[in-house]
Ligand binder design. Structure first.
Ligand code: APR
Length: 254
């Protein structure tokens, strides 16, 4: 893993004025948030996604699913943005530059790291809605201080029929159309697409780099390991997000 910015990566980034950054769980790994599929501490290796992150699981046992998501929200609350999140926020503020973050992550670390243009393709651990009437829920929530097996979700105060659920895209659910259209627009109008910390296994998010390349936009991957996208990108830098991104942004400032 080389932490010196490769010349071809730096040259591509230097000439970029409209940057789109597609991030995945690896972006938050150095903030202590487990990824989904990394063998060492991937989240899914401990829980079966079909068991907890699907509408079927929710309607079968909302208290069990709510307990897991509420705990994940608590873990994020206790975590901090890393140098990679902060580097993207610095880059976004550069003269004559726009930088759109399109993230698969449901944590709020990009925003807390200072990024302003963030699109959450898979929703957010900190947004909630009624599972029946769909009304967004802004009410109080008690997040568990320790992981618990079960936790009763709040009842919907509006329809009084449904339970409050995380506003997260579960397996088998469609992405929010508006968010995905914004993501496509970001990568199609970019002059650089950076792919950071994603295995590239989950569509349609994983299809965004190919859309960019189809428009002749250079795609650069930052990931310490190979991903399902590695064979389809223009440049790869085998480095972690919290090491690579600050070095890249520092080099741009020089
Ligand atoms: N810096 C950069 N990349 C890293 C780091 C790091 N410090 N640590 C791990 N990675 C990389 C891994 O090599 C892997 O390619 O991050 C990627 C994590 O992959 P996944 O765990 O599959 O996470 P992600 O790609 O975000 O998953 C996509 O799947 O489960 C669904 O909805 C969920 O949004 C998620 C989607």
């Amino acid at each position: 893993m080389s932490s010196t910015v490769p010349k071809d990566v730096l040259d591509t980034a230097r000439s970029a004025r409209r940057v789109a950054v597609l991030t995945g769980a690896g972006m938050s790994a150095e903030s202590g948030i487990p990824t989904f599929r990394d063998k060492d501490f991937g989240l899914w290796t401990k829980v079966d996604p079909e068991e907890l992150a699907t509408p079927t699981a929710w309607f079968q046992d909302p208290a069990r699913v709510w307990a897991w998501f509420a705990w994940r929200a608590r873990v994020v609350q206790k975590s901090f943005p890393n140098a990679g999140h902060r580097a993207l926020a610095t880059w976004e503020k550069r003269e004559r530059t726009t930088l759109d973050v399109v993230t698969q992550n449901v944590d709020n670390l990009h925003e807390r790291g200072g990024s302003r243009a963030v699109t959450h393709l898979h929703g957010s651990l900190f947004a909630y809605r009624c599972d029946t009437c769909g009304e967004p829920y802004e009410g109080d929530l008690t997040l568990p201080h320790q992981p618990v097996e079960r936790l009763t979700p709040p009842a919907c105060p509006r329809c009084r029929l449904g339970n409050i659920r995380p506003d997260i895209v579960w397996f088998g659910e469609p992405l929010d159309r508006g968010r995905f259209e914004r993501a496509i627009e970001a990568v199609e109008s970019a002059d650089l697409v950076l792919v950071v910390g994603t295995s590239g296994m989950v569509y349609p998010a994983a299809g965004l780099p190919a859309i960019a390349r189809g428009q002749g936009v250079p795609v650069v991957e930052i990931n310490p390991r190979e991903s399902d996208l590695s064979d389809t990108v223009d440049l790869r830098w085998e480095v972690s997000a919290a090491t690579g991104l600050p070095r890249l942004v520092e080099a741009l400032e020089r």
